[in-house]
Design a binder for this molecule. Structure first.
Ligand SMILES: *Cc1c(COP(=O)(O)O)cnc(C)c1O
Length: 325
């Protein structure tokens, strides 16, 4: 068991409510959009929660701000360290800048340039590592010990999970109960937080996590009944290239009866095109996972009221153009 897995307890819906109060007025209450074309295509009524329009461009700002605001004063003075393929890094750097807290970010050498530049722009101090050779958790832990920084992991942390759950809380407050909720899934922080909100606000709503086909670590883990670690996946869904769920996210997903499906990269590209053409939304590949499951039939949604989290919009314009042509 790694030091990251020693976090004390599983968050509850009360923690999601507390997070909502803590981030109110700073995190955006993002819009919920609908599309007649999307409904016609799927036979469902789809409600898109647009976290691509969240501050820093992804839902990760919720968990990052909640975690930083939950720190004791003396820790805020020393600062925080985070490791991330991009959006968590950006979110921590941005939340740190807004809160006046020093941030050190451990990022892979092949992180998208837009995400690297944005993290620097928000004042994050960047430490690079090779995602195929080095252990980012080890680097993060070392920095934490050496410099007295608080390590805020991207998903396996109660304050992060509770913060992410506020996205679904807002969605249900706007739509009322839903039959299903589709969530983009990497390490399961967003999905487990949203499942806590669903259990409280829409009991009976089936929460379905959607992973990239090449990165099905949570699907495998749920099937095996224990945490399964897979090799570093290769997919265009760069925000969901996790190799294993965390101890907290896995326990919550198991407990809350979350199901997981996968979609191939081609379905993500088709979905990105749909969002640009029809809804005028810029959505990054990872942010298309949930919608792609509805559009591709990976989850049968006909005649149902379905929430769909669009998790982020941080894609290089050149890369987006490449996907669309
Ligand atoms: C991080 C991220 C995810 C996955 O979130 P987890 O909490 O790791 O499951 C999905 N979409 C985007 C855009 C992300 O940045």
């Amino acid at each position: 068991m790694s030091a990251l897995d020693t976090a004390p307890r599983l968050p509850t819906y009360a923690d999601v409510e507390a997070a909502a109060r803590r981030i109110a007025g700073v995190a955006h209450r993002t819009p919920v959009m609908t599309s007649r074309t999307a409904n016609e295509r799927t036979g469902a009524e789809l409600f898109f929660k647009c976290e691509n329009l969240q501050r820093s461009g992804a839902f990760k700002f919720r968990g990052a701000l909640n975690a930083i605001r939950s720190l004791p004063a003396e820790q805020r003075e020393r600062g925080v360290v985070a490791f991330s393929s991009g959006n968590h890094a950006q979110a921590i750097a941005y939340a740190g800048q807004l809160e006046g807290v020093r941030t050190v970010i451990v990022m892979p050498t092949d992180a998208p340039t837009l995400k690297l530049a944005a993290t620097k722009g928000y004042g994050g101090e960047i430490v690079r590592y090779d995602r195929y050779r080095q252990d980012r958790e080890e680097i993060g832990r070392q920095l934490a010990v050496e410099q007295g920084l608080a390590l805020i992991p991207p998903f396996n942390h109660p304050d992060v999970i509770a913060g992410q759950g506020t996205a679904a809380k807002e969605l249900f407050e706007e739509t009322g109960p839903l039959d299903a909720l589709l969530v983009c899934t990497g390490g399961g922080g967003l999905t487990s937080g949203c499942a806590l909100a669903a259990q409280a606000l829409s009991p009976g709503c089936q929460v379905i996590g959607v992973e990239p086909q090449a990165g099905d670590d949570i699907q495998q883990s749920l099937a095996a009944g224990r945490i399964v670690t897979i090799p570093v996946p290769r997919s265009i869904a760069d925000g969901a290239l996790t190799t294993a769920p965390g101890s907290l996210t896995f326990a919550l997903l198991q407990q809350l009866g979350v199901r997981v499906v996968t979609v191939p990269d081609e379905a993500l590209i088709e979905t990105m095109r749909f969002f640009v053409e029809r809804m005028k939304l810029v959505v990054e590949p990872t942010g298309c996972l949930a919608a792609a499951a509805a559009f591709s039939g990976a989850v049968p949604v006909e005649s149902k009221h379905v929430g769909v989290i669009i998790s982020g919009g941080n894609v290089d314009p050149a890369a987006l153009a490449g996907y669309l042509t």
